[in-house]
Design a protein around this ligand. Structure first.
Ligand code: SF4
Length: 952
């Protein structure tokens, strides 16, 4: 019965607000409805912000599930300090901050500021980043401040600087809609930037002349909209684009006027390209692509002016990622395909604020506000602006090298913010050892399930999305407000506040006495305009007086935003940098850069860079014959600390997996759904990493290559760390690791049984209880999959455990139902407390996945029920009600529609995505699953065609 409030009771107030999604670099606007009563504020609904220029109201499945990730459970709420016994103990903020400031001051005195380092994240807001950069580089005096954005787009940053003289992305999302040709290189846009993919898909519908080319070793869901697919050999991108440059030159498709007037270096770049045979046949051979497809791509690119080449981690995460970026940019410059509507090279960032970090100097080779150490006068300019005594002399260690310096003992204190390097960095086992040996590790984090916390000496509870207040910059240079809507739980505090408090305790009260993010943003905006003058070549041309020696021209300039008052900052609408004032004083952003073909180099010309293609540095061998590709999946984000809190996001790919070609699987005796083990080798030939995962056989995978997701951490899988397999080899210019080109072998994981265990939340404290219980089972694999009313665990192991004893010992209550198939070695069982289902177990013998999959959704209802009916109780051991079908792997996370349900619907006559939507509702909300639905339709229809041909 619903109880109504009495008429005179105060009604909760409702209001609307807008903010920005914290996941990918698309940077979608989010509209929320808030309900406020005397005690609290809640988000009651969430949707895309129709007024935001990035998404115009769309959200992908991750964005639309944001409200499901906000529970205070599993949040860090108190500062902690590790005591002499090695136990983390809760302390006050005063104690934690005093300790950090004292240790930093002591280290500065005894070992110098360079013994202190910071490792930040593209999850931080610009204001957090700004204060961190100022504290470490300006006052502690260490250049060793880097960010996990190094793993994502550092190669593109260097490519931009080499070509344009500034880390400047020329394009806007709108250019995708105005192009005649869009080339996706190393980018599974459909999964990694879903809203941008939807915009591109709509653009193709609106403009039938728009062509789309996908260049990727894997056939991904982005191929749904491709007119042409090039499944190139991993690492051959530079050869492909060098060949394109030569093709354009040979076919008279260069823009000679543009090259002559606005660029330098074309001859050298072409000469470098021609060092190898530039015949189509030779390039097709080296890139392992069909020669006709290659020629089609080259012809389309060379003959269209309005071309956007969108590139992402598939290009960047390489030991020659910078050169690959420049090989792409070279082709755009050579054809004058830049600075026009619908034209330009377009690097898409992975993280929500990778660009914001670059703006403030969050990379170790940067100083601040788009200035670096190499620029004469930059150190002095920044030092003067900050009134900072300790600006470092030169660049610091980039991410991988930073952890090597910790390993060598050169870094004595490390402050990690909003990132999980124990999982995400390559050679992560070595990274863990370095963290364990570091005398002082401080971790600012909001979630308790970050593996890096295990190495923390000081834990600082941080605010999270919906609580943090500041700005982010997306892939198209658009600055948006991420608004603080809810109060952080417990004693959690903002990252900028934590940094500023340490700065003040170290004696720098004046520099860090910020009243809030508004004050920080204004200072950041002022620095962007501080002695930032017009281009030298323009000033000379105009005959104006020589520039002051201390002036440094930067494209990044948002100085007009420094005038925003608090209300103006709070109300700031998305705006693309550079920002200027119009004639009426209005703020004007910049949709597209280089429209006047003037670049940020000393002479105003863009530079073509000679590129020598290189193979991946992680070498294949007899022991590691398979090329390893790592990447993101549709419904998870980073190391899952946030997205694993949403049950529906866990079900698309519930376990770590390895995708491989049918012939590679057959050669190793691997079947779809079985468990496999992957290992790499280090330089000495010793095993590197141990990754265990479910096999997915895929025709979209090239033979000799495998793909694994990058997300799983130790809280959700026993052996799911992709980074453990990778060597810490990096691009020499950008320092970006070669995460797309590991070398591994795959083999069946020996196991004698597999099990599905469902357990009520709270029976086990977390993954430690599961891992501990598994040691008694001779367990070799587990994956933990939190759901709304239960926690699902997939287990595998060897031997013949005494299951009854194990259940009694570890599952809090004895089995109330038990069925054993002695001949088959199978067990089904369930445990109850006061009539309520507490656990459910099914064990099957052998290494193959059982055909009898339980209906987890129905069992979830049973776990939620206070009193099971007789029928439900009778059906428990079967794992489903009689007549209930297996729905299969989840495809539509919004409406929880599984693959088998969809295939059955297609077989019974729903032969298009629209018909499936009408019948099952799949694909009708956020649209993230539409490519997968289309692929299933095509697969089923091609099976039908094959069947009818065989019958004929
Ligand atoms: S595409 Fe999805 S994950 Fe990326 S910003 Fe938009 S809603 Fe967030």
């Amino acid at each position: 019965m619903q109880v109504r409030n009495p008429p005179d009771a105060p009604q909760p107030a409702r209001c609307r607000a807008t903010t920005t999604c914290p996941y990918c670099g698309v940077g979608c606007g989010v509209a929320v409805e808030l309900e406020q009563d005397q005690d609290s504020v809640r988000i009651v609904s969430l949707s895309g912000d129709v007024a935001h220029p990035a998404n115009h109201g769309r959200l992908c499945v991750k964005g639309s599930a944001l409200a499901e990730t906000l529970s205070a459970d599993g949040r860090l709420t108190m500062p902690q300090v590790r005591d002499e016994a090695g136990v983390l103990r809760e302390v006050s903020w005063e104690t934690a901050l005093d300790l950090i400031a004292a240790r930093f001051a002591d280290l500065s005195r005894t070992h110098g500021g360079e013994s202190i380092a910071a490792y930040l994240s593209g999850q931080l807001l610009t204001e957090d980043y700004y204060v961190a950069n100022k504290l470490f580089k300006g006052f502690i005096g260490t250049p060793h401040l880097d960010t996990n954005s190094r793993l994502c787009m550092a190669s593109a940053v260097v490519a931009h600087k080499r070509a344009f003289g500034a880390d400047a992305v020329p394009c806007s999302y709108e250019d995708l809609e105005r192009a005649e040709l869009v080339v996706l290189v190393g980018s599974n846009l459909a999964w990694n930037h879903p809203v941008l993919f939807q915009r591109l898909k709509q653009a193709r519908i609106d403009n039938p002349l728009l062509r789309i080319v996908v260049i990727d070793p894997r056939v991904t869901d982005s191929c749904e909209i491709a007119d042409l697919y090039l499944g190139l050999r991993p690492g051959s991108d530079a050869r492909l684009f060098n060949g394109l440059l030569a093709y354009m030159a040979d076919r008279g498709r260069l823009d000679r006027l543009y090259l002559k007037a606005h660029t330098l270096g074309f001859d050298a770049a072409l000469k470098a390209a021609r060092r190898e045979d530039c015949s189509l046949a030779a390039i097709a051979r080296d890139c392992d692509v069909d020669v006709e497809r290659l020629e089609t791509f080259y012809y389309w690119f060379a003959t269209q002016l309005h071309v956007v080449t969108l590139f992402s981690q598939g290009v960047n995460q390489s030991t020659s990622g910078t050169d690959k970026g420049n090989a792409i940019i070279n082709c755009h410059l050579a054809g004058g395909k830049l600075g026009l509507p619908g034209a330009g090279p377009f690097s898409i960032t992975g993280q929500p604020n990778a660009m914001g970090g670059r703006e403030v100097g969050g990379l170790a080779n940067q100083l601040a506000a788009h200035m670096d150490y190499e620029t004469p006068g930059a150190r002095e300019l920044v030092g003067e602006f900050w009134n900072a005594p300790n600006i470092p002399q030169g660049p610091g260690h980039k991410a991988v090298e930073l952890f090597a310096a910790i390993e060598r003992g050169e870094i004595q204190a490390l402050w990690i913010m909003a990132t999980n390097p124990a999982v995400s960095l390559p050679d992560s086992t070595r990274v863990r050892a370095a963290l364990a040996a570091c005398p002082l590790v401080i971790v600012s984090e909001c979630m308790a399930d970050s593996d890096t916390l295990a190495y923390a000496d000081v834990v600082l509870p941080a605010s999270s999305w919906s609580e943090k207040d500041g700005t982010v910059t997306n892939s198209e240079r658009c600055i948006s407000r991420q608004r603080g809507l809810l109060a952080p739980p417990g004693e959690a505090r903002h990252d900028w506040w934590q940094l500023a408090e340490v700065g003040k305790r170290m004696g720098y009260q004046a520099a860090f006495g910020y009243s809030g993010p508004h004050a920080i943003f204004r200072e950041h905006a002022r620095l962007s305009g501080f002695r930032n003058v017009a281009p030298r070549h323009k000033a000379h041309k105009a005959g104006s007086k020589p520039l002051a020696a201390s002036s440094i021209r930067r494209l990044f300039n948002i100085a007009p935003l420094a005038e925003l008052d608090r209300e103006g900052y709070d109300a700031l609408r998305p705006i693309q940098w550079p920002v200027r004032r119009g004639e009426k004083g209005e703020l004007i952003g910049t949709l597209r850069l280089f429209e006047d073909a003037t670049f940020n180099t000393p002479n105003g010309r863009a530079r073509l860079v000679p590129v020598t293609p290189q193979l991946p540095h992680q070498a294949l061998s007899d022991a590691t014959p398979l090329r390893l590709n790592t990447g993101r999946i549709r419904d998870q984000w980073h190391t899952m600390t946030r997205t694993a809190r949403s049950a529906r996001l866990m079900n698309h790919r519930a376990e770590p997996f390895v995708e491989l070609h049918p012939q590679d699987a057959a050669a190793r005796g691997l079947q779809d759904g079985a468990l496999a083990q992957l290992a790499g080798r280090d330089e000495q030939g010793s095993v590197r990493g141990d990754y265990r995962a479910r096999v997915r056989i895929s025709h979209g995978q090239r033979q000799g290559e495998v793909f694994i997701p990058m997300h799983w951490n130790d809280h959700f899988a026993s052996h799911g760390r992709a980074g453990a397999l990778l060597a810490g080899l990096v691009d020499p210019f950008s320092g970006q690791p070669e995460s797309k080109h590991g070398a591994v072998d795959v083999m069946p994981l020996p196991c004698e049984w597999q099990a599905t265990l469902l357990i009520a939340p709270g029976v086990w404290g977390g993954h430690e209880d599961l891992a501990g219980a598994m040691t008694e089972l001779e367990g070799c694999y587990w994956a933990r999959i939190p759901q709304t009313t239960l926690v699902r665990c997939q287990l595998a192991g060897e031997g013949q455990p005494d299951w009854a004893l194990w259940c009694e010992r570890h599952l809090s209550v004895q089995a109330g139902l038990w069925a054993q198939d002695v001949a088959q070695g199978g067990i089904s069982a369930a445990g109850f407390r006061e009539g309520r289902l507490i656990w459910w177990l099914r064990v099957t013998a052998g290494a193959a996945r059982s055909d009898r999959q339980p209906n987890i959704a129905w069992l979830g209802e049973c776990f939620a029920s206070d009193q099971l009916s007789a029928l439900e109780r009778r059906s428990l051991l079967a794992g489903r009600l009689s007549g209930q079908a297996d729905v299969g792997t989840m495809v539509c996370a919004c409406h929880q529609v599984g693959e088998l349900t969809i295939r059955q619907a297609i077989q019974s006559g729903d032969r298009c995505v629209e018909a499936l939507g009408a019948r099952l509702a799949c694909g009708t909300r956020c649209g993230s699953c539409l490519p997968e639905l289309k692929r299933l339709v095509e697969e089923e229809r091609s099976d039908e065609r094959t069947d009818s041909l065989e019958m004929a």
